[in-house]
Ligand binder design. Sequence first.
Ligand code: DHB
Length: 307
Amino acid sequence: NLESKIYDRTFANCLMNASGVKCMTFDELEVLRTAENGSFITKSCTLQPREGNPSPRYIDLKLGSINSMGLPNLGFDFYLDYVLNENNRNNKNVFFSLAGLSLEENMEMLKQIQNSDFKGLVELNLSCPNIPGKPQTAYDFDRTKVVLEEVFSLYKKPLGVKLPPYFDMVHFEMMAEILNKFPLKFVTCINSIGNALFIDNETVVIKPKGGFGGIGGAYVKPTALANVRMFYKLLRNDIAIIGCGGVENGRDVFEHLLCGASMVQVGTQLMKEGTDVFHRLILELKEIMQTKGYKNIEDFRGSLKEL
Ligand code: DHB
């Protein structure tokens, strides 16, 4: 049994896509809605549709991926319409990802969701690294507090935030102290490691920003696990952790769960393999659990052994 819970929601299994991967168009969302994943999330959206950055803007690498998509999306109205229809089906508790280009834009989208029949969960993206001139909000601690104060003064439905990776113990503690002040239902760790550079044959591999882009895949797994583990330890017990980063096989899912994750997102490997990846990960995770005598995720979630 791979059931998992966040807040008052139960998911048939702990797997979902990472926002941005195969979740922009209607057809992509329909595939995710009907595949074996326990939940799914929409592409981070803005009020207006966007074309995004010039291509090539996503490249698979041997050890992961690099991207600078630039928030291409079909616009808020499309995704709101999609998730409202999803409410009316036997649903997977869809997640709705928002990445407004300003606080005002996020507040406008949240106001409309608040006033709609939406029954899913919002993942507010505070960590997009790919918009020239726009900083990653969650690297600015004071700004993050201001944003969350505004957000929760208006929005009363279940909401969590998507964080960038942190690399310093003091930063983990500072961010956790801020997040603990708010009625967040979950925190998703991590977004890509932002603004990295991959070189092939004396040349960058993506066009935007001189080749700089966010890194995902095997490169980021140890950083992702560290972020999941630290926030699991530092955040209130009622704030769930969604793990994201470097999941290629069942053992990677198992490790995210051991660190304390309640759901586990798949990004780069979903790009490489398609939605069949969920079937394989479920089999591989079940096999590991069986070998160790674990019947449920709660039998081992968070119980990483320390020396
Ligand atoms: C994009 C990339 C991200 O990592 C993110 O969180 C949001 C948007 C993008 O480039 O489209």
